[in-house]
Ligand binder design. Structure first.
Ligand SMILES: NC(=O)c1ccc[n+]([C@@H]2O[C@H](COP(=O)([O-])OP(=O)(O)OC[C@H]3O[C@@H](n4cnc5c(N)ncnc54)[C@H](OP(=O)(O)O)[C@@H]3O)[C@@H](O)[C@H]2O)c1
Length: 226
């Protein structure tokens, strides 16, 4: 499948690499490819400059958001939550219309310091904001409840015996995303319902961050025992 991964951070790189490894034709979207490749400092999360990763992954091209999103079958939103609407707007309404958007973003708000809070929260979610802004897109919130490396290699935690959620209004879009999740090795995919259920998935972030702090590692995940 032709897939655009919007986002050059740890999540975008990890998802793009895994999708390419599964045989998909992957392009990464960014605001300004030249500026992205010119960075020499690690990002906010300590990830090495993008150019280093790109040199090691020459089969994955880099393009402005709109060029990346044009002509693909599926779009992954792996952009910073505060910039996701801007990134998808830059991708172009015409380029996202009708397409599945696999939305991994979290609406983390660092304006009050650490730990971040969520904005929106409770009565709205970033997944819903994206769906409202792009009504012709088919948004599926997923994978936002775990660390990037666990997203594409669930077996690294408890042999893969843990849970991933999907939220979205379109059953076919959720089925397409579930196929990708299973390709990564996820076995327990819970369909939470329509896109309003993304509120629940995003609101797992405060407890995820506290567990991360308590364990000192992101190599864990939620398992829904039942
Ligand atoms: N890190 C994790 O393990 C993890 C786990 C679960 C969910 N998430 C979520 O996944 C998303 C990506 O996280 P990340 O850590 O990989 O990277 P990130 O640093 O949160 O996001 C980097 C990406 O966001 C884009 N971006 C930032 N501000 C923007 C703006 N104003 N307009 C347009 N684009 C903008 C950047 O564009 P440029 O390429 O142009 O710089 C870059 O591609 C986030 O929403 C995060 O909350 C992360």
């Amino acid at each position: 499948m032709k897939i655009a991964v919007l986002g050059t951070g740890m999540v975008g790189r990890t998802i793009a690499g895994a999708l390419a490894g599964l045989g998909h034709d992957v392009v990464i979207g960014t605001r300004d490819p030249q500026a992205t490749l010119a960075r020499t400092e690690p990002d906010m999360m300590g990830a090495a400059p993008f150019a280093q990763w790109h040199a090691a992954n020459p089969g994955i091209s880099l393009a402005p958001f709109a060029d990346a999103a044009a002509g693909v079958e599926l779009i992954v939103n792996a952009t910073n939550g505060a910039g996701s609407l801007a990134a998808l707007t830059a991708a172009g309404t015409e380029n996202v219309a009708g397409k599945v958007i696999m939305d991994i973003s979290n609406p983390l708000d660092f304006s009050q310091g650490m730990p971040p809070s969520l904005n929106p929260v409770n009565t709205d979610s970033l997944g819903e904001q994206i769906q409202r802004t792009f009504p012709e897109a088919r948004v599926v919130k997923t994978l936002n409840t775990m660390n990037a490396s666990v997203m594409v290699d669930p077996a690294r935690v408890a042999g893969g015996d843990h849970t991933v959620f999907v939220s979205g209004n379109d059953a076919d879009a959720k089925a397409a995303v579930t196929d990708l999740l299973k390709g990564f090795g996820h076995r327990d995919v819970i369909d939470l319902g329509d896109i309003t259920s993304a509120r629940g998935a995003e609101m797992l972030m405060p407890i995820w961050l506290r567990i991360w702090g308590a364990l000192g590692t992101g190599a864990f995940n939620f398992k829904i025992a039942r």
